[in-house]
Ligand binder design. Structure first.
Ligand code: SAM
Length: 315
């Protein structure tokens, strides 16, 4: 029962993320015409939170764009713990869709996402269906190059089957995305997942966004950081530093890895866009933002030569 309560609390973190994104989009931090199909209302969020989400979404976009360019649009994106992410539709709108796009999350979340997709013609119409066929079940959706699949990522034995249903191709250049996900998976299950993916996809890149620098100056994991929305951050040990973030990939058979705090990511984003968003809301103390950004990072890991050593730098 305790585990089920934890799982429910973990699933609720998707509502938080989607609401924060919708609020920041509403204020004009970045454009996302699709988020409001998934989230109806949001309460006010603090300016530093909105800027943090801006850096998160834009920072991930930098790597997505590099992946699309390097794979010539012939790769596949696999979003693990995708929640209500709208990346597929944003890429589609920009004419940058990869060959296949697969989203995985708990069945209770994918069921809700299926419901929202079914309900909105604009979302359905953008699913690539030359033959017009979209297959739905309560929790899963299969279109020509978009697949939404319900699974507990801790159950590796089900992954092959679920990915095969989603028409995965193990030989294609592949990008994995985990945005605030691994920290909710206990360390041994997260390791098993990373190792399994490394063994199956030899030409791939993994983009991970999550907490970092979770220890205080006495070397203790900060207690306030151990819980998020009432659920234990099971994978918090891997969030200790940029180094542990990188190492968790290399010890699980990824060839190389790199990591940046969100302070570095924020400062690397195009200056005119940063200027623009810094005018949306007043933030008296930059220090507040820096403190927040220091506790999050983007780490990347790669297998094969194509995606080796990609950096956060633009271009
Ligand atoms: N990636 C999305 C984003 O950034 O907007 C959602 C982030 S939300 C903080 C974390 C997501 O990870 C939730 O949707 C949750 O259900 C999913 N998740 C966590 N543990 C999972 C597991 N073991 N199996 C499947 N999904 C999981």
């Amino acid at each position: 029962i305790k585990d089920m309560a934890d799982d429910e609390a973990i699933q609720a973190t998707n509502d938080d993320a989607s609401e924060c994104k919708r609020y920041a989009v509403q204020l004009g931090y970045w454009s996302d015409p699709f988020i409001n199909f998934f989230v109806k209302q949001t309460g006010r969020k603090a300016p530093e939170i909105n800027r943090g989400y801006y850096a998160r979404v834009k920072g991930i976009e930098v790597f997505v764009d590099k992946f699309i360019k390097l794979s010539g649009g012939k790769g596949q994106i696999i979003n693990l713990g995708a929640g209500f992410d709208t990346l597929y539709w944003r890429l589609k709108e920009a004419g940058k869709c990869p060959a296949n796009f697969i989203e995985l999350d708990f069945p209770s979340i994918t069921a809700r996402k299926c419901y929202h997709i079914k309900k909105h013609k604009q979302l359905i119409d953008m699913l690539n269906t030359e033959d017009g066929e979209i297959r739905f079940s309560t929790t899963d959706l299969h279109a020509a190059n978009y697949h939404l699949v319900g699974i507990d990522l801790r159950h590796i034995s089900e992954l092959t089957n679920k990915l095969t249903q989603a028409e995965v191709n193990f030989n294609l250049p592949t990008m994995f995305l985990t945005e605030c996900v691994l920290v909710y998976v206990d360390a041994s299950a997260a390791s098993a997942l990373l190792k399994w993916l490394a063994g199956k996809f030899s030409n791939s890149i993994f983009i991970n966004y999550e907490q970092v620098n979770m220890k205080d100056k006495f070397g203790q994991v900060m207690l306030s950081n151990l819980r998020s929305r009432g659920c234990l951050l099971a994978g918090v040990e891997d969030c200790e530093s940029l180094e542990t973030q990188q190492r968790r990939f290399t010890i699980n058979n990824w060839e190389g890895s790199n990591a940046w705090t969100m302070v570095e990511v924020y400062d690397s984003l195009p200056q005119d866009d940063r200027r623009r968003i810094e005018h949306i809301e007043m933030l008296d103390e930059r220090e507040l933002l820096v403190q927040l950004l220091q506790h999050y990072c983007i780490s990347v890991a790669w297998n094969g030569q194509t995606f080796k050593n990609l950096s956060i730098a633009q271009g």
